[in-house]
Each structure stands twice: as C-alpha cells, then as structure tokens.
Ligand binder design. Structure first.
Ligand code: IYR
Length: 220
C-alpha cells in the first residue's frame, strides 16, 4: 500500500535570536519600515540591477498555498513598453476618475491628490508587474492565490525600501492589457503595477498619519 502521509523532511535550521535581543531587533526593523512611503514623484536615474534581483528573490521566499509559488515578476525597463503601459493605464484611469468611481470613492481618494495622469509609469526607471499564475497547460492550480501574492508583494516592498528605493503600489483595473505589454500567457493575471526608482529630489507625499498600536492591536 502507498503511504500517502510520507513526505521528505529536512531538519529546520532556525534563525536563532536570543530572547533579550528580540525587541531591539524588531524595533530596528520597524524604524526602517516606518520610513516607507508610497511615492509618486520619481527620479529617472537608473537603479542597481542587482538590488532589484535580490528583492525579487526575497519576494519569492513568501509562503504560498500548497507551496505552488503562484507569482511572476516582470521587470519593464524598455521605454517603448513603459510608454504603452502609461498610455493604456491612463486610458483606464480617465474612465475611472471621469465615470466609474463613485463620489464616495473619489472623496476617500481626495487626500492622496491622485488623478488620471500616471507619468511615473514612464519616469521610473523600472516598473515591476506582478502576475498571479493560475492553472494553465504547464502551471498547476494555485490555492489562496491573492493571499500568497499579497504576502510576496509585501516582502518585495520591504526589500526595495531597505535598499533605498522608492515604490508605488498601483492597481489599475482592469489589467488584462498587461498580458499583451508584458508578453505573458492568459493563465497569468496582472495584480500589481509597481514603479521602482529613487525619489525625485523635490518629491512630496501626502501628510498622512498611521494608526497607533492600540488602534490596530487587540489583546484578549
Ligand atoms: N487606481 C486609481 C485610483 C486609486 C485608488 C485607490 I483605492 C488608491 O489608494 C489610489 C488611487 C489611481 O491609481 O489613481
């Protein structure tokens, strides 16, 4: 009889941190992460290629449903593809701001100062398009796809940030046009468009505050 419970294992090699160092290390990481801001004003100067590669390696360490790793990261640096991306994204955003968005949604967005114009899609030296990989001729069915890819994107943003690179998490909708621009098959579905670069010297960000711990943490 086949033993369906048997599966290969290896000893865990845990990252050991002495308990008395735990809080200091968590705080140090928090201090780095608390400085991350979503940036819309980019400098066009190039970014270190290897930092981008390490960030994508880090993103790909994310846990995923059934360990299917249902993600693909397309890095666009080609000016012509970025131009097409901007053109298509702006066409969708004109619809969104002009027709599709409710008054309630537009009111919620007002403090961010966004509109249909997306010049950063051409100015940022690289734009990462994150695709979910669904079942296809050569790809298995993924599980908890949105959760898996969302965790991977969180790690990606954290890695790029600690390398001194600014990011914008942009989610144009619908995003089917990205398959064509990125030469990807239909089982791959774009989920995030992430311009990456150094911030422009005069970059500004909205004056926003984050919630305090006692607003987001509940102890029972
Ligand atoms: N996708 C639009 C609108 C937009 C929506 C949300 I929710 C934001 O947090 C920011 C913008 C745009 O990119 O302008």
């Amino acid at each position: 009889m086949v033993d369906t419970t048997a599966h290969p294992t290896v000893p865990l090699r845990p990252m050991t941190v002495p308990a008395h160092e735990a809080a200091d290390r968590s705080r140090a990481f928090h201090e780095v992460m608390a400085q991350r801001r979503t940036v819309r004003d980019f400098d066009s100067r190039p970014i270190p290629e290897e930092a981008l590669e390490w960030a994508i390696r880090t993103a790909a360490t994310a846990p995923s449903g059934a360990h299917v790793q249902p993600w693909r990261f397309v890095v666009l640096t080609d000016p012509e593809r970025k131009r097409r991306l901007r053109e298509a994204a702006e066409a969708e955003e004109r619809e969104f701001y002009g027709r599709r968005a409710s008054e309630e949604w537009l009111t919620a967005l007002a403090p961010l100062g966004t509109d249909w114009r997306k010049p950063f899609l051409e100015i940022a030296p690289a734009v990462i398009i994150v695709f979910e990989v669904h079942k296809g001729p050569e790809t298995p069915r993924p599980y908890y796809t949105k959760e898996s890819v969302g965790i991977a994107v969180g790690l990606l943003l954290a890695s790029l940030h600690q390398a001194g690179l600014a990011t914008l998490t942009h989610t144009p909708s619908p995003m089917r046009f990205l398959n064509d621009i990125c030469d990807r098959p239909s089982e791959e579905r774009a989920a995030y468009v992430i311009p990456v670069g150094y911030p422009a010297p005069d970059a500004h960000v909205p004056d926003l505050q984050r919630k305090d711990l006692d607003e987001v943490m509940i102890r029972l």
